[in-house]
Design a protein around this ligand. Structure first.
Ligand code: ASP
Length: 320
């Protein structure tokens, strides 16, 4: 088995071998991205449509760049001005776009499960660019590639994921991926921001940040997802920073060579001290952005190959 999926909807259905296959290809694209010639041909002649129903900076830009670097015709829909504003449903929009015969559809949506639903209605490959608090698979994959490149491996690491776990799709996808690759995953945060049922996830939970960070190889910080909060989850930002903001004193509890990660957008002085975020000896936040392009190139190449195999099989009357 290499990579058999038709869509990339989440980390949950992926086999560890598929994760490794994707990361190996992304590694090659990361090297290519550092060279002069950044272009490949894996998506030549294909059409990629990006539909972002929620704001995005890094994810949207890197999906666009990834498609262009591999030769696709890339169209980014502005959902703010589309017919969705006039009341068209997600499915109608998807069917309209489907009629334009895209090969790759990249979708971000505020509702968990919306992207899976859409994937059932179209006949192209669908990539989930973040759905509600459910999953953000390419973020977890780019985090994994960043960890593997800086730590030299992606197993038996001690990884602390800190902050607003309850509302974070990044946390969920990372917990799934890091667990599949046999790491020790620790969640750190106030009880109000730790989801119910977490004890079934194969992780440890810490309320005290210093205890949670002890011995960590990787410290992953998360933003407070205020857009998904419907009440008071923290007493105040000041109090939150005091207890859970990553500063030099708290980071000293982790291993001396621990790396600091953040998916962005960052709120300096809320979940992370600006000097830690900018410390090139500890922070790999810029590498995460760089790996984002490479991982999305790899994901789209693998899905495009599976799509073309399925289309060829259908054309010759064989069920793929
Ligand atoms: N950019 C990430 C996401 O879309 C993390 C965040 O927004 O805090 O989930």
């Amino acid at each position: 088995m290499t990579f058999t999926k038709r869509h990339l909807l989440g980390i949950e259905p992926l086999h560890p071998v598929e994760i490794t296959t994707l990361l190996d290809l992304a590694d090659r694209y990361a090297e290519m991205g550092r060279g002069v010639a950044k272009h490949g041909h894996a998506l030549d002649g294909l059409t990629q449509i990006n539909m972002f129903f929620e704001n995005s900076t890094r994810t949207q830009a890197s999906f666009e760049l990834a498609g262009k670097r591999l030769g696709a015709d890339v169209m980014t829909m502005s959902m703010q001005t589309s017919s969705v504003k006039k009341g068209e449903t997600l499915i109608d929009t998807a069917l309209t776009l489907n009629a334009m015969h895209p090969d790759l559809l990249v979708v971000r949506h505020p509702h968990s499960g919306a992207v899976n639903l859409l994937a059932e209605k179209v006949n192209c490959a669908v990539l989930n660019a973040g759905d509600g608090r459910h999953e953000h698979p390419t973020q977890a994959l780019l985090d994994a590639l960043t960890i593997r490149r800086t730590k030299g491996r992606l197993h038996r690491l001690n990884i602390a994921i800190c902050g607003d776990i309850a509302h974070s799709r990044v946390a969920r996808s990372n917990i799934l991926l890091l667990g599949k690759m046999e790491n020790r995953v620790k969640l750190v945060g106030p009880p109000t921001l730790i989801p119910a049922g977490v004890s079934d996830w194969g992780v440890e939970v810490f309320e005290d940040m210093r205890e949670g960070l002890a011995g960590a190889d990787v410290v992953m910080m998360l933003r407070l997802q205020r857009e998904r909060m419907d009440g008071g989850f923290i007493p105040s930002e000041r109090e939150y920073y005091h207890r859970y903001g990553l500063d030099a004193a708290k980071l000293s509890c982790a291993k001396d060579d621990a790396i600091v990660m953040h998916p962005g957008p960052m709120n300096r002085g809320v979940e992370i001290d600006g000097t830690i975020a900018d410390d090139i000896n500890r922070s790999v936040i810029q590498e995460q952005v760089e790996m984002g392009v490479a991982v999305r190139m790899a994901a789209m190449e693998l899905l495009a190959a599976n799509l073309s195999a399925a289309r060829e099989a259908a054309a010759s009357g064989v069920t793929a």
